[in-house]
Design a protein around this ligand. Structure first.
Ligand code: OGA
Ligand code: MN
Length: 300
């Protein structure tokens, strides 16, 4: 029987190792098989390392959907994929996966893409900032990877805020951004938003530019995505100028880590304090990734 005493003394699996990337974020998890159930102390150690390093990297552990989903649950409640809902509804993709999974792929079967994002560049973004409660974690798992290109970059938004010049910081205190629902992560407009004339009138959600992480209490810059974004209550020319300055500061290479994929890799980012982007790759090669997300809370 587990008593309070034995629980307090519980230690993570002794083979568990954390190896930092040496970059601004990201830590590699070694010495465990994440496809097997984790003891509570090991799961807690993973959560602590994730909070501290913002991104967990597990190399070359091919998993089933069930294993992927079970691992996701150690970090939160898996969410039904927005991509699954919207893209299955308008038949943009033919998705036969469980609804917790987004398929990120350029593969086309019988003339139909099996997933989203194609083979082009995915510009810097956080996932689903256009909704009231954007997802907390994103867990991206590689099933097929191209021989070159297609690397995923992540970016530390605590560091971007901490190093922000004082004049910029002062201009964004207490301000919000309107996160537009007009564009997808591949930078392409959604249906009906090809020619937006007034970006202050687009559908979307307002969130604070400086957000507080609900678990760590740390403050991070929260930009969402650049295209059609605007600072609420600011004349557009000023808003454009301010956002350009914020993006130029935030997207410096020193705040990033680049992941070059191997089959079976898992990259798990904290969507509340991390932005990500993807390099393009040869459209004639295949890339297939499955992604789960956990439910988030309203940014404050
Ligand atoms: C995502 C995403 C980038 C990639 O899954 O949200 O932006 O490298 N993916 O596939
Ligand atoms: Mn994304």
């Amino acid at each position: 029987m587990q008593t309070a005493q034995t629980l307090a003394n519980a230690r993570p699996t002794s083979s568990l190792q954390f190896v930092p990337t040496g970059r601004a974020l990201g830590v590699e998890v070694r010495g465990i098989d994440i496809r097997k159930p984790l003891d509570p102390a090991t799961a807690a150690a993973l959560r602590a390392a994730w909070h501290e390093n913002l991104v967990l990297i597990v190399r070359e552990q091919p998993m089933t959907h069930d294993e992927h989903l079970a691992f996701t649950r150690y970090f939160g409640e898996p969410e039904i994929a927005r991509l699954y809902v919207t893209m299955s509804a308008d038949k943009t993709i033919d998705n036969d996966k469980p609804p917790m999974f987004s398929v990120i792929s350029n593969i086309v079967v019988d003339g139909k893409p099996i997933g989203s994002l194609g083979s082009g560049e995915a510009v810097w973004h956080t996932d689903s900032s256009l909704v009231e409660t954007p997802p907390a974690a994103g867990l991206l798992h590689a099933v097929e990877v191209p021989p070159a290109g297609g690397s995923t970059w992540v970016l530390n938004m605590y560091a971007a805020l901490d190093t922000l010049p004082a004049d910029l910081r002062q201009q964004i205190e207490g301000r919000q951004i309107l996160h537009p629902a007009t564009h997808r992560s591949d930078g392409k407009p959604s249906k009906g938003f090809e020619n937006v004339t007034d970006i202050t009138k687009v559908p979307g959600t307002k969130h604070p530019i400086i957000r507080t992480h609900p678990d760590t209490g740390r403050k991070a810059l929260y930009l969402g995505r650049r295209i059609n974004a605007s600072v609420v209550g600011m004349p557009i020319p000023e808003s454009e100028y301010l956002l350009d300055a914020l993006w130029a500061h935030a997207t410096q290479e020193k705040f990033t880590y680049r992941h070059d994929w191997k089959v079976g890799d898992l990259l798990m980012w904290d969507n509340r304090c991390v932005m990500h982007r993807r390099d393009p790759f040869d459209p004639n090669s295949r890339r297939l990734m499955y992604r789960t997300q956990t439910k988030g809370t309203k940014p404050f």
